[in-house]
Design a protein around this ligand. Structure first.
Ligand SMILES: NC(=O)c1ccc[n+]([C@@H]2O[C@H](COP(=O)([O-])OP(=O)(O)OC[C@H]3O[C@@H](n4cnc5c(N)ncnc54)[C@H](OP(=O)(O)O)[C@@H]3O)[C@@H](O)[C@H]2O)c1
Length: 299
């Protein structure tokens, strides 16, 4: 397989995409951004920007000429549409595709039938089927929970109201990675195309529990009295599934499904005891950096 040099990024203006873009530039890849509409001055002069119609294979195929790889970081609204992007990547002769997935337990067989997860699974299956019959290969990235998001989620630790609803006693383990290092891992994948071919790459800067986050918070601000309650991941999951089944597709309902699974412990494989950190250039987070990120939540 030829070396990957030219990389197209879909969804580069998003939360994760901006970090991926930065990491790819730092690693000296030639980057082309695929966007629905370019905002003036949004991108560095080194970046080629292509305005595309994500619903048109022709538009995408022409934007993907000479690209070695595509990484998609599109948000929820764009997930289903990635099938068209995959078709265009094949038509343009792209070698590697990383779909927008980036979950904690999205690849666990136990969540495949659940809302939201099923969309990701459909795209992965589409990609795997296409990879079996074309020159395109793929890598799915499982980075655990984005650390910055995890620390902002009141359902994990509510730093504003000083309260915590402990899920299954708060000892469930889950992997987590900072947004910047999800970007670093993607650059690492493109630098190791053979070893990352047609599989899930697991990245884990730390394995944490809710109680560990709370303990560090207590260490930083020892005078705070926390209100502690207890919930069961299976109850939260059931509430989310029932709500969606009754037609409620709100972020809150889907959020319960995500909370009940991603923070549901070993059941859903959320802690990556074995991972690909070394291969893709990721080091474990230092205790000090973790403490600093948690301290920021009190500002
Ligand atoms: N593990 C975790 O903790 C975690 C947490 C959150 C998200 N995620 C995952 O990370 C990925 C990226 O999420 P994000 O929150 O960074 O996304 P985001 O900020 O919501 O959106 C990213 C970009 O997607 C593009 N986009 C939006 N709708 C589109 C459409 N219909 N077709 C094509 N492009 C569209 C937009 O770019 P343009 O306007 O430039 O076209 C947008 O800036 C997703 O797979 C998500 O599931 C994981």
């Amino acid at each position: 397989m030829a070396a990957i040099r030219n990389v197209a990024v879909a969804g580069a203006s998003g939360n994760l995409g901006s970090h991926v873009l930065k990491a790819l530039l730092q690693a000296n890849f030639n980057v082309t951004v695929l966007t629905r509409s370019q905002k003036p001055g949004s991108y560095d002069a080194k970046i080629t920007v292509a305005e595309v119609d994500f619903t048109s294979t022709n538009s995408l195929t022409s934007a993907l000429q000479n690209q070695d790889a595509v990484v998609s970081t599109v948000g929820i609204a764009g997930l289903e549409g990635q099938k068209i992007l995959i078709d265009a990547a094949i038509a343009a002769g792209v070698q590697r595709f990383i779909p927008s997935d980036f979950g904690v337990c999205t690849t666990s067989p136990k969540v495949l039938g659940f809302p939201f997860y099923s969309t990701l699974a459909t795209v992965r299956q589409y990609l795997a089927d296409k990879a079996a019959t074309s020159t395109l290969s793929y890598t799915v990235v499982a980075p655990g929970s984005f650390l910055e998001y995890l620390l902002m989620a009141p359902s994990v630790v509510d730093f504003k109201n000083h309260s915590v609803a402990l899920i299954d006693d708060g000892n469930n383990r889950f992997s987590t990675t900072t947004l910047a290092n999800v970007g670093t891992a993607i650059a690492g994948i493109f630098n190791n195309p053979e070893k990352t071919r047609n599989r899930v790459v697991y990245v884990s800067e730390a394995i944490l529990t809710q109680r560990q986050v709370l303990d560090i918070a207590k260490e930083i601000k020892s005078k705070i009295t926390w209100t502690i309650s207890n919930i069961k991941s299976s109850d939260v999951l059931r509430e989310g599934l029932d709500a969606v089944a009754s037609g409620d597709n709100s972020l809150q309902a889907v959020g319960k499904i995500l909370l009940g699974t991603a923070f549901g412990g070993e059941e859903y494989g959320s802690a990556y005891d074995s991972n690909d950190n070394i291969l893709v250039g990721i080091e474990a987070i230092s205790q000090q950096k973790l403490k600093d990120l948690i301290a920021e939540r009190f500002n």
